[in-house]
Design a protein around this ligand. Structure first.
Ligand code: BG6
Length: 476
């Protein structure tokens, strides 16, 4: 009898890790780099970062020497990348996603010519990856832009920023042609429940933090993404461009038809970024929402053609669990999540839901029929060093369950290109600016106040994952 089911991870599966420039590199002013919003996030114990900032708060933060700003130093990856890449290679990774920091290439954002020293750094980094047989995957903007574009142009609120972004993209696509094939124009396009400064670079005194303004900024970002996709294909037809979102799909709070319809509506809203970037048009549900709320998102007739001509090659998704919504809570979209007692949570109340991973990837493929790249998978854990060792059995369990569900998804027939674990080496947390919210298989000896030797240590999970990758996933 002919067997139709894939039993294994494909042989060309991309086993990788993902980080960002701003959570790893540090050296925030070195070699001509400009300032970006993440450089302005101070660490405050127990606090989730405040995503709103006015122009005067930006000015103050830039010159502040009293508070501690973890991204300014991070894990010093700007200097340690050769040793860190050697460790990632030893772990068995064959791919690595990081972002280029826009402000290293265009420190102000509106210059005519790029900063050669910034390009030289990424030359060395990308060459080092290639030398180690690690496929580079590059995010072009991951929660960052030169802060000058925020202050002078109001960030993504302005259409003008699309031109600056495209100039930056053209430099990258040309300079790294033949070396980088996989590009992610923006990380997690759908995070519009975040406040307007971090997600869209809009200072709060220049642009009110309203949903209408965020949807307008998002419209500009999606235009930029589609135009960048078209440009990437023109410069090198072998470029593969992602449309990337955070999985925000919903389970209904109950079996009542109202809750089921609420979950469906959430899913239609959360699909709208992909509908635009993959199918080339806004879906009816969001157009109705925009009209009924009387929003003006600055949609121009000519924009339709831009979306039709710049469609992504694959779907990128980051996964930290899904939402649960009810008839009542959907009214709070884009913030409709309610508690689900069936789903486990970590110490930061983030969800751990391996079956939801299978649900998400199947749903994405059912709908879009495009290859899917799992671009972030992980959970934050407080690690303890005991006699130079880190016995992180909870991380091993987390990955065992999730990778098993990923394998089941592949057996379901979903073409999954690869899996990038989030933060394979410990990095600064995005939401809490902590070092102690750790995701890595490699421990970095730096604490929440920035103290420590910076030494790297292999955790128990390092050896576990190494075995899993060596057997191409047979062990899960
Ligand atoms: C993702 C972001 O949403 O979540 C990352 O792309 C971030 O930048 C990751 O680090 C995990 O979040 P946190 O807040 O735990 O670092």
């Amino acid at each position: 009898m002919v067997k139709h089911t894939n039993e294994e991870f494909p042989l060309d599966f991309l086993w990788g890790g993902a980080v960002t420039a701003t959570q790893t590199e540090g050296n925030w002013t070195l070699d001509g780099k400009g300032v970006t919003p993440p450089d302005l996030i101070a660490y405050e114990e127990g606090k989730v970062q405040n995503d709103l900032m006015s122009t005067s708060e930006i000015d103050l933060a830039i010159v502040d020497t009293v508070n501690y700003y973890p991204r300014r130093t991070a894990i010093d990856f700007y200097h340690t990348y050769p040793q860190d890449i050697a460790l990632l290679k030893e772990l068995g990774l064959n791919s690595f996603r990081t972002s280029v920091n826009w402000a290293r290439i265009f420190p102000m954002g509106d210059e005519e010519r790029p900063n050669e020293k910034g390009l030289a750094f990424y030359d060395d980094l990308i060459n080092e990856l290639i030398k180690n047989d690690i496929e580079p995957i590059i995010t072009i903007s991951h929660f960052e832009m030169p802060v000058h574009l925020s202050v002078k142009y109001k960030g993504w609120y302005s259409r003008k920023v699309i031109d600056f972004y495209l100039r930056y993209c053209e430099v990258l696509f040309t300079h790294f042609k033949g070396r980088v094939k996989y590009w992610v124009p923006f990380d997690e396009m759908n995070l519009i429940h975040r406040e307007s400064f971090s997600q869209f670079g809009m200072p709060s005194d220049l642009v009110e933090n309203s949903l209408e303004n965020k949807l307008k900024a998002l419209h500009h970002k999606m235009l930029a993404s589609s135009l960048a996709t078209k440009l990437a294909h023109e410069i090198d037809p072998s470029n593969q461009i992602a449309a990337m979102i955070l999985s925000n799909y919903a389970y209904p709070a109950s079996s009542s038809p109202e809750d089921i319809r609420a979950a469906q509506l959430n899913n239609q809203f959360e699909n709208y970024y992909l509908d635009v970037l993959v199918r080339g048009k806004y879906p009816g549900t969001i157009l109705r929402y925009i009209d009924e709320n009387g929003f003006d998102i600055g949609f121009q007739i000519k924009d339709k053609e831009v979306f039709e001509k710049g469609q992504a090659d694959f779907i990128g998704v980051s996964y930290y669990g899904n939402r649960t919504v009810s008839k009542k809570s959907i009214k709070n979209w884009p913030n409709p999540a309610i508690n689900n007692p069936h789903i486990k949570k970590n110490a930061w109340d983030w969800l751990e839901d391996p079956i939801g991973l299978r649900y998400t990837l199947n749903k994405l493929y059912d709908q879009y029929q495009l290859p899917i790249f799992l671009m972030e998978l992980g959970t934050g854990i407080h690690d303890k060093v005991e006699g130079g060792k880190i016995h992180d059995q909870d991380r091993i369990e987390f990955f065992k369950e999730n990778l098993h569900q990923l394998k089941e998804t592949i057996k379901d027939g979903v073409p999954v290109m690869g899996c990038l674990t989030w933060g394979p080496i410990d990095i600064v947390s995005n939401a809490s600016a902590q070092m102690s919210k750790r995701y890595g298989f490699i421990y970095v000896d730096i604490d929440d106040s920035g103290k420590g030797t910076g030494k790297r240590l292999k955790k128990d999970s390092f050896y576990w994952l190494q075995e899993v990758i060596r057997g191409n996933g047979k062990a899960v």
